[in-house]
Design a protein around this ligand. Structure first.
Ligand code: NAD
Ligand code: SER
Length: 318
């Protein structure tokens, strides 16, 4: 299948802002249309290619944009993440489920050949095996965000079966990056800690020091996303729901790693409502199906990521 033009929803977010640039490097700046709710997203990525303001809750506007741009593929990244989802459950229900259906319907009706739509480790809950969580296992999340991601995985499977669509997705762990700040998740601490380490030499953490969660550095997130998107469909047994993992860390592990480069770094722990969310998620994930079906392999471990994060953020703050 030849893909030449791509539309990205939620392109101004933590992942979208970097994925859009990675896609433009492959497909050409003018062949990747970035869309998001706001002008601020426009300012970040507009210079490198086309941008349209798009609320995925407006299917007529989405149809208009898709008919004008004629994408072969959509990367559907617009979503409400876990912490904001607990504060605004109705918004999360609506955008994460009805918004996805809008995107899939418009794609189906306008000849879009492939969709990549991320899921999350948030599909797992307290009744799921917590360590080395298997690919095909109990999905009983206790957060609104997690529930919507389970539904999204199932909606994707339904559209594959009923309409013959090609929809793919991974269950990202917490993504750590240094271009765009995260948009309201539980793993956000693992990004902010690096910014505060460089800027203030200290950080107040909203999770307990021993809260182990799966994490991944953005270059691996982009690699995994693009590798699954480009994988041969014949090899794929799974589709919308691949487990994906790089390494698992606690806040204390990140502190130790930062102190290798900034020995005087200080931390205090003040857990808030996000602790309950984190406690419902796995501490490590078995991603062997991704490794077998499309050759997934991460490159970064914690110290390699820490060194790069501190370097990039430090240079930016000079
Ligand atoms: P983000 O919050 O940084 O970005 C989401 C973007 O969606 C924002 O720019 C926002 O403006 C946009 N958006 C929100 N509502 C919209 C609407 N109605 N119409 C159009 N755009 C809208 O999120 P992210 O971290 O970039 O996440 C991208 C995808 O990856 C999401 O599906 C998320 O669930 C998934 N994911 C992310 C992580 C992570 O750690 N970042 C982990 C697991 C899964
Ligand atoms: N990083 C995301 C969150 O914390 C996980 O999907 O919400």
């Amino acid at each position: 299948m030849i893909i030449t033009k791509i539309l990205v929803t939620g392109a101004g977010g933590q992942i979208g802002s970097e994925l859009t640039c990675a896609l433009r490097a492959i497909y050409g700046n003018n062949n990747v249309l970035a869309t998001d709710l706001s002008e601020s997203a426009y300012e970040k990525i507009a210079a490198k290619g086309p941008f349209e303001i798009l609320d995925i809750m407006q299917p007529e506007r989405l149809t208009e944009i898709v008919r004008a741009f004629k994408p072969d593929a959509i990367f559907h990244l617009a979503a409400i993440l876990s912490a904001v989802g607990e504060e605004k459950p109705n918004l999360a229900w609506s955008i994460n489920t009805n918004g996805s259906i809008n995107v899939y319907d418009v794609a189906r009706d306008n000849g879009v050949k492939r969709i990549f739509a991320p899921s999350s480790m948030a599909v797992f809950g307290p009744t799921t095996p917590r360590s080395n969580t298997p690919q095909d296992t109990v999905l009983q999340p206790t957060t609104v965000y997690g529930m919507t991601k389970v539904i999204d995985e199932l909606i994707g499977k339904y559209y594959i079966k009923r309409y013959g669509m090609d929809i793919r997705g991974v269950r990202y762990p917490g993504i750590i990056s240094n271009v765009t700040l995260p948009g309201g998740g539980t793993t956000d601490y693992a990004v902010q800690i690096y910014y505060d380490a460089v800027k203030y030499g200290r950080y107040e953490c909203f999770l307990k020091e021993d809260t182990m969660l799966p994490m991944m550095y953005m270059p691996d997130c982009l690699k995994g996303t693009l590798d699954l998107f480009h994988a041969s469909r014949e090899r794929l047994i799974h589709n919308t729901d691949f487990n994906l993992s790089a390494f698992s860390v606690t806040p204390a592990d990140i502190v130790s790693s930062i102190r290798k480069f900034l020995p005087s770094f200080e931390i205090i722990y003040k857990p808030d409502f996000r602790q309950d969310i984190a406690d419902s998620w796995p501490d490590s994930i078995d991603d062997s199906c991704a490794r077998t079906e499309w050759d997934w392999e991460p490159s970064y471990d914690l110290d390699a990521m820490t060194q790069d994060m501190l370097r990039v953020i430090g240079e930016r703050m000079k």
